[in-house]
Ligand binder design. Structure first.
Ligand code: GDP
Ligand code: IMO
Ligand code: MG
Length: 501
C-alpha cells in the first residue's frame, strides 16, 4: 500500500512510540509533515523529548518545537498543545537555532494553557535524583515530574501567565513557597545546591539566592523580559483552533516518549509524568481520541531504554544498566574503546555496545548511552492494546549483518511469590501478558525465538518486495505475535529512507 492509499480519506493521524521512546518519531513526523499534513501538533511531555530529523546532511534535534517545523515556510502550522509542559528557556533557544539555520517559524502556535516549566521544577527534579542514590529513575533533569505535579496540585502556572505580569508574580510566589519547603527539607549542602542551580537552563546559577533559595525578582525578570516578549506573538487558544480544524485540514499528532514510559500504563515507577499513548496525545492537543482516524505505533527493530528501570531483554542485563548509567561511558569513550566489536560478538554486553554504536543510540536530550536489547513482543502486544494495531518499523537497517537475532515472545517469572491482580505468581509461572509493575518485571526471564538475520544492506531499498527474505519474515513474525499490522519501515536516518507497504 502506498502512502497515498494508506492516508486516503484520513484527516487526523497520530504517531506514537510503542516502546521506551527514541524510536524515530521525529523522522516519521517530518516525512508525513512534508508529504501530507497541514497542521502538526505536540500534546505530551516537554523538553525531555529529543526528536531527530536528518535532512540534506544536516541534523536537527527538537525538544519542544514539533517536528513539522522545517516545513513552516510552506504554510504548515506547528502547534504546542495544552498537555505539554513548556520550558520557555529551551523553546526560545530552539527558535534562535532555527533562525540561525535559516528556517522560519511564522506559523508556530503555542497553547495559552500549556503548563509552564519554572526554575524550581528543574531544581527539584535534579535535587530528588541527587538524594536518591540508588533506585534513581534517571530522569532527563528537565523538571517534567515537578511541573506536572504543580498542575495536578492545582497551583501550577500556565503559558498565559506570561502575558500578565501581576498574575505571574502572585502565582510564582505561591509555587516557590511550596518548592522552598521541599528543598529545605532535603538539607542539601551549599556546594550541592550551587551545582544544581548552576546550569544553562537555570540561567547559570543566577536564580539562586543563598537565603531564600530562589531569587524571585531574577526569575520574574528573565521570564518577563527574555521569554514573555519573545513568545507572546505565538501564544493563542490552540485547543479551539485544533477542534475547529478537525475534518477541514490534515492534522498530524506527534507523540513524545513511549507507551512503556506512560505514567498511567508504563513500567512504574520508572516512567515519565504524562501519558504518551494516543489517548493522552489526543487529549493533550485538545481533541478526543476518537478524532484520530489512524494511529501509527512506532516499533524499533530492537529496544532501547534510557535511565533506570527493568528491561527484560537488555543485552548484558544488569551489567549493561550499570555500565550505561556510569557517566564515563559516553559516545566518545565507546567509539575509541569498542568500535572494533562486531554486532555478532559472543559476549552480550559487548554485543549491546556494538548495537549502540551502530544504531547511534545516545540520548538526543541528555547524550546518555541508551541501554540496548532485543525486541520484546510481550511488551509490544501490550502497547498495541492502547495504540492500536497499525505498526511502523524503524532502524531495521541497524541489524543488517546480524547473523541471527532473538525476539522475546513470553516471560518466565523468577521472583518470590507475589500477587499480581488475580494471579499468584510463583517462580516458573509463564507470562504472556506484560506486567507493568516493576517489582514483577525485574524478575522475569525472557523466552526467545531465534530468527535468521540478513546480510544484504537494506539502506537504499525502496520497496517491500526488494527487502531481504529474512527481513520480510521478521516483519511477519512481529505482526503475528503482536496482533499488529506493519504499514511501512524506515531504513536509515534520512528523510528519503522510508518505505510504505
Ligand atoms: P524519537 O525520540 O522517537 O524522535 O527518536 P530519536 O531522535 O531520539 O532517536 C532516533 C535516532 O535514530 C535518531 O538519531 C535518528 O536520526 C535515527 N533514525 C531514525 N530512523 C532511523 C532508521 O530507520 N535507521 C537508522 N539507522 N537511524 C534512524
Ligand atoms: P522521546 O520523545 C526516551 C525517560 C527518562 C527517564 C524517564 C523519566 O525523545 O522519545 P523525565 O525526565 O521524563 O521525568 O524522565 O523517562 N524519558 C525518555 N526516554 N525518550 C524520551 O523522549 C524520554 N523522555 C523521558 O530517561 O527514564
Ligand atoms: Mg528521542
Amino acid at each position: 500500500m502506498s502512502l497515498n492509499e494508506l492516508l486516503a480519506g484520513v484527516r487526523v493521524v497520530g504517531v506514537v512510540c510503542n516502546q521506551w521512546g527514541d524510536t524515530g518519531k521525529g523522522k516519521v513526523v517530518d516525512v508525513l509533515a512534508e508529504k501530507w499534513a497541514d497542521v502538526i501538533a505536540r500534546g505530551t511531555g516537554g523538553a525531555n523529548a529529543g526528536h531527530t530529523i536528518v535532512c540534506d546532511g544536516r541534523e536537527f534535534i527538537f525538544h519542544l518545537v514539533p517536528s513539522g517545523i522545517l516545513h513552516d515556510s510552506k504554510g504548515k502550522v506547528n502547534v504546542i498543545g495544552e498537555g505539554v509542559v513548556l520550558d520557555p528557556c529551551t523553546l526560545v533557544d530552539e527558535l534562535s537555532q532555527l533562525d540561525r539555520a535559516g528556517f522560519s517559524c511564522d506559523n508556530l502556535r503555542i497553547s495559552h494553557e500549556a503548563k509552564l516549566v519554572l526554575p524550581h521544577h528543574l531544581v527539584l527534579d535534579r535535587a530528588r535524583e541527587f538524594k536518591k542514590g540508588t533506585g534513581k529513575i534517571g530522569t532527563t533533569g528537565r523538571g517534567i515530574g515537578p511541573a506536572y505535579e504543580d498542575h495536578v496540585a492545582r497551583r501550577g502556572l500556565v503559558v498565559n501567565d506570561l502575558l500578565n505580569q501581576d498574575a505571574f508574580v502572585k502565582k510564582l510566589a505561591k509555587v516557590l513557597e511550596n518548592a522552598r519547603l521541599e528543598l529545605r527539607a532535603m538539607e542539601l549542602d551549599e556546594p550541592v545546591l550551587h551545582e544544581i542551580f548552576n546550569h544553562p537552563l537555570l540561567s547559570n546559577g543566577t536564580f539562586y539566592h543563598s537565603g531564600k533559595l530562589f531569587d524571585e525578582p531574577a526569575i520574574v525578570r528573565t521570564y518577563m523580559e527574555d521569554y514573555a516578549k519573545r513568545l507572546a506573538p505565538f501564544i493563542s487558544d490552540t485547543g479551539s483552533f485544533m477542534r475547529g480544524t478537525v475534518g477541514k485540514k490534515n492534522i498530524l499528532l506527534e507523540g513524545a516518549q513511549g507507551l512503556l514510559l506512560s505514567v498511567d500504563h508504563g513500567t512504574r515507577p520508572y516512567v515519565t509524568s504524562s501519558d504518551p499513548s494516543i489517548n493522552g496525545l489526543a487529549k493533550g492537543v485538545g481533541l478526543r481520541e476518537r478524532d484520530v482516524q489512524l494511529c501509527l505505533g512506532i516499533v524499533k527493530a530492537y529496544m532501547t531504554r534510557v535511565g533506570g528501570g527493568p528491561f527484560p531483554t537488555e543485552l548484558g542485563g544488569k551489567e549493561s544498566e550499570g555500565y550505561c548509567n556510569d557517566h564515563s561511558h559516553n559516545k566518545e569513550f565507546e567509539r575509541s574503546a569498542y568500535s572494533h566489536v562486531p554486532l555478532n560478538a559472543q559476549n552480550d554486553l559487548e554485543r549491546g555496545i556494538a548495537l549502540r554504536i551502530k544504531g547511534q543510540e545516545y540520548g538526543a536530550t541528555t547524550k546518555r548511552p541508551r541501554r540496548t536489547g532485543w525486541l520484546d513482543l510481550v511488551a509490544l502486544r501490550y502497547a498495541v492494546q492502547f495504540n492500536g494495531p497499525l505498526l511502523f518499523l524503524t532502524k531495521a537497517d541497524v541489524l543488517d549483518g546480524c547473523e541471527e537475532m532473538r525476539v522475546c515472545t513470553q516471560y518466565s517469572y523468577t521472583g518470590p511469590d507475589y500477587w499480581y491482580g488475580e494471579t499468584l505468581l510463583k517462580s516458573g509461572t509463564l507470562l504472556d501478558r506484560f506486567p507493568v509493575d516493576s517489582s514483577v518485571l525485574e524478575h522475569v526471564q525472557p523466552l526467545y525465538t531465534t530468527l535468521k538475520g540478513w546480510n544484504t544492506p537494506t539502506h537504499s531499498i525502496k520497496s517491500f518486495d526488494s527487502l531481504p527474505r529474512e527481513l520480510k519474515e521478521f516483519v511477519r513474525f512481529v505482526e503475528t505475535h503482536s496482533q499488529g499490522k506493519m504499514c511501512g519501515l524506515s531504513n536509515g536516518p534520512d528523510r528519503e529512507d522510508i518505505i510504505f507497504f
